[in-house]
Design a protein around this ligand. Structure first.
Ligand code: AMP
Ligand code: GLY
Length: 423
């Protein structure tokens, strides 16, 4: 009998996870909580919030779930892994005392300093005057970050001193981020190409996956406000085997060792946000979960059994798992709702979902079904994904397919991957 797996989340990242799981030999039933209209084609969806740990545990017991996979960071930081394990339930993700790697920038910066892991020079502050004095001494450009989780809004890359000082006021005096912003990190502004690197960790072993590059701004040419991510591609050509070797030796292996020696063994997927600087790769941030939209371009390239990999992470047996990736490139373009990343309406009817070619993947981000129709139900509505031998092929393919799909007010970037063509 196959293994029953529960996936917690409701975005395109979790849809991609479910799609990949569905190809595993040993898979039984797939459940999602709460899921969306796309996931419902591959999984049984249960309308339970990602933060309702008690009901999720009940569901896992009732449905005889063999493995649970957690998508978003908030339940991880709240200790969902600890709660499942206390009930003898197998779960993929870091415990609360390891999820702090994403949950507190002050913690992660101090840890990197202690273990010599390359990252921007920094100091942390709770006092606004001391923080301002540090900014004046170090001068712009400079980066100001709130300590805690801020849904991607807690980082200000200040090109001038004025911007940095007003960010500090906003965080420490006006308390715009509540308790997440009572302490701040002020750090050196790094320059280079940004890359997202994922690795599976089982507490001791580290196995890297292909790298990806996200496109965070809403408009073409990296203009306009930041979003959750408007598209991605894997693997960037500039992430060479030499750079990868340095990332393994200088960052990934040391961080997993460091977490173990701190009594916080890291299990799950570790997502490094890196800046490839002239001095070498440096850590911008750690995330303790899969990235969105990066997952949508990493998992389609995986040529190994995803269920076996995730189980090995939970079991601490990652050293025994073969892992292979396809060659070529994968590109994801996100279709967003009118108004996103600001306010947007939901409930707009989506057409053309079945009109794309058979090798185009459409992962649902924010959708729900009403009768026979699928309607929008979020800001990042769909991730449209295509593979190619080259980046140019993958780009042509994805833009040749995406226009089949439509909903009122839909918009997407026209230049995903174009940066790599130029590099
Ligand atoms: P973070 O959430 O820490 O990754 O920051 C969000 C974004 O801010 C990153 O993706 C970078 O584009 C930018 N950023 C963060 N830290 C720095 C830094 N030290 N130097 C330059 N850019 C940064
Ligand atoms: N794409 C960036 C993230 O998932 O945080």
């Amino acid at each position: 009998m196959g293994k029953n797996v529960l996936v917690i989340g409701r975005g395109a990242r979790e849809h991609a996870i479910i799609w990949k799981l569905s190809q595993s030999d040993g898979i039984g039933r797939i459940l999602a909580a709460p899921g969306n209209a796309g996931m419902a084609e591959l999984a049984e969806c249960f309308d339970i919030s990602v933060n309702d740990t008690e009901r999720l545990i009940e569901l896992a017991k009732e449905q005889e779930i063999d493995l649970t996979i957690v998508g978003p960071e908030v339940p991880l930081m709240a200790g969902i892994v600890d709660a499942f394990e206390a009930q003898g339930l197998k779960i993929f993700g870091p415990r609360k005392n390891a999820a702090i790697l994403e949950g507190s920038k002050v913690f992660s910066k101090n840890l990197m300093k202690k273990y010599g892991i390359p990252s921007a020079d920094f100091a942390s502050f709770t006092d606004v005057e001391e923080a301002k004095a540090f900014v004046r001494e170090r001068r712009a450009p400079i980066v100001v970050k709130v300590d805690g989780l801020a849904a991607g809004k807690g980082v200000v890359v200040a090109q001038d001193e004025e911007t940095a000082l007003s960010a500090l006021e906003n965080m420490l005096v006006d308390k715009a981020f509540g308790s997440a912003g009572l302490e701040v990190v002020v750090e050196e502004c790094l320059e280079g190409e940004e890359v997202s690197v994922f690795a599976l960790c089982d507490g001791k072993n580290v196995v890297p996956l292909v790298a990806a590059q996200d496109h965070k701004r809403i408009f073409d040419g990296d203009q306009g406000p930041n979003t959750g991510g408007m598209g991605a591609y894997s693997s960037p050509g500039f992430y060479t085997p030499e750079i990868h070797q340095r990332v393994m030796e200088e960052i990934l292996q040391p961080i997993v060792k460091a977490m173990a020696s701190e009594g916080r063994p890291y299990k799950g997927v570790l997502f490094l946000g890196l800046m490839l600087t002239a001095k070498g790769p440096q850590v911008l941030e750690f995330n303790v979960r899969w990235g969105d939209p990066e997952t949508q371009v990493v998992l389609p390239m995986l040529d190994s059994d995803f269920l076996a990999m995730t189980e090995a992470v939970a079991d601490g047996t990652l050293n025994n798992i073969p892992m292979a990736f396809e060659s070529g490139v994968c590109v994801c373009v996100v279709m967003a709702a009118e108004g996103y990343p600001g306010e947007y309406e939901t409930g707009r009817v989506i057409t053309g979902l079945n009109d794309v070619g058979p090798d185009t993947m459409v992962f649902h981000g924010g959708t729900r079904r009403i009768g026979s129709q699928v309607v929008t139900d979020g800001g990042r509505v769909l991730s449209v994904v295509c593979k190619g031998e080259t980046i140019a092929q993958a780009i042509d393919k994805v833009y040749g397919e995406i226009h089949h799909i439509d909903f009122a007010g839909a918009h997407y970037r026209k230049d995903i991957g174009a940066r790599m063509l130029k590099l």
